[in-house]
Design a protein around this ligand. Structure first.
Ligand code: MG
Length: 394
């Protein structure tokens, strides 16, 4: 029996993970659930999966979850809130594997704590690697902990390189759906609304990552993620647009052979792979019907219309402070876009200005979690001020 703690249980990945655990009830068991403020769903999940520990992001949400659990007659050994709650779930002694699926940067400390506690990590939160990839991978090596990617592209690459000598691999090729504006002319991009950006053609995901898919920043963050997960320099990581999202990613080998992983677009597949690894289990999912897919298209990404991808390569090639700035500026800009305070094409413009300012500030390599936080906080402040300036028409 593999015992699992989930950070971010009420989000899209967390819910899919619980459905995988339910389908593999003889092999997987939930020991901890950490959620944000969705107390109702957290209580419902706890009632169903009976974890030993639950955590909510605020004391208020925890109170509401507790009340709901009492009402349903469900007892949980431990219930806690805030950062300490998240850490307690991430390091619970009974957990073998921790699924890190909190959105954004909240999961950084918790993921590192789980690594230090010797837990196997199933990683769905790409920001963790974008901000502190070097730190995370060093900690994982030191502790002998496996970091298994849940992000579908990296999960695909993990499957393609599994069991191979790293020397055999020449290039990693990440596929990108291209998002909802793949064919939208540049002139029309300025006016796109949050509602349009949230309508992703192939995947159903949370709002932040869906906007990131529309700007191609999601792929940019994934390039950085791949750099750390597979220890590959940026010039050996490529992106190809593949609107059908059937080929989840590919690797090119030394002799020119290309190995791809294909599958239905369902996150339960990469989640189960990470949970079952190094075994492979049956999954209650429909088989991939290639004849029904009909055709698979591939195209080069358009960096003129979607500058976010180029910005991510720029950040990755620079000192390690730059990806932190890229990520922080992107989070703030996307939030402002979702609130209707910033235009779609102003997202990359704001990120570019933050990178420029970071370089002027001579942002260097970042070696500690405290330094990661400092750079992150600076970049958020900078971007917030920039957006406020734009709003007041400066
Ligand atoms: Mg992905």
């Amino acid at each position: 029996m593999k015992r699992i703690a989930i950070l971010g249980s009420t989000g899209s990945i967390g819910r899919s993970a619980l459905s995988v655990i339910e389908a593999q009830a003889g092999r997987l068991e939930v020991v901890g659930l950490a959620a944000g403020r969705n107390a109702g769903l957290l209580a419902e999940q706890a009632g169903r999966h009976r974890p030993r520990i639950v955590a909510a992001s605020t004391p208020d949400a925890l109170d509401r979850a507790r009340a709901a659990l009492r009402g349903a007659g469900v007892k949980v050994e431990r219930a806690c809130a805030g950062r300490d709650g998240l850490l307690a779930v991430a390091t619970h002694p009974a957990a073998d594997l921790v699924l890190c699926a909190t959105a954004g940067t909240a999961g950084l400390d918790a993921t590192l704590a789980a690594i230090d506690a010797g837990k196997t990590i199933a990683l769905a939160n790409k920001e963790v690697l974008v901000m502190a990839g070097g730190l995370m991978m060093r900690a994982a090596r030191r502790r002998g902990v496996a970091i298994l990617p849940v992000d579908s592209e990296h999960n695909a690459i993990h499957q393609c390189v599994h069991g191979r000598d790293p020397q055999e691999v020449r290039r990693l090729i990440l596929t990108a759906s291209g998002g909802p504006f793949r064919e939208r002319p540049a002139a029309e991009l300025e006016a796109v609304t949050p509602r349009e950006a949230l309508d992703h053609p192939t995947w159903r995901m949370g709002p932040k990552i869906t906007v990131d898919s529309a700007t191609l920043m999601n792929k940019g963050l994934e390039v950085i993620e791949a750099r750390w997960l597979f220890d590959a320099p940026p010039d050996r990581i490529d992106v190809v647009v593949h609107p059908q999202s059937i080929v989840h990613s590919l690797v090119e080998l030394r002799d020119g052979s290309v190995i791809a992983q294909l599958g239905v677009t369902d996150m339960r597949l990469p989640i189960q792979y990470a949970f079952s690894y190094p075994e492979r289990w049956e999954a209650p999912l429909p088989a991939l019907d290639l004849a029904r897919c009909g055709r698979l298209d591939f195209d080069r990404p358009d960096l003129e219309r979607f500058p976010c991808l180029a910005l991510a390569y720029r950040a990755l090639r620079g000192p390690t402070a730059l990806p932190i700035i890229l990520n922080a500026a992107n989070e703030r800009a996307v939030e402002a876009f979702l609130e209707g305070r910033l235009g779609f094409t102003a997202i990359p413009a704001a990120i570019e200005q933050a990178l420029d300012a970071g370089e002027r500030r001579q942002a260097g390599d970042v070696r500690t979690l405290a330094a990661v936080r400092d750079v992150d906080a600076w970049a958020r402040r900078f971007t917030d001020e920039l957006i406020r300036g734009l709003e007041s028409g400066q």
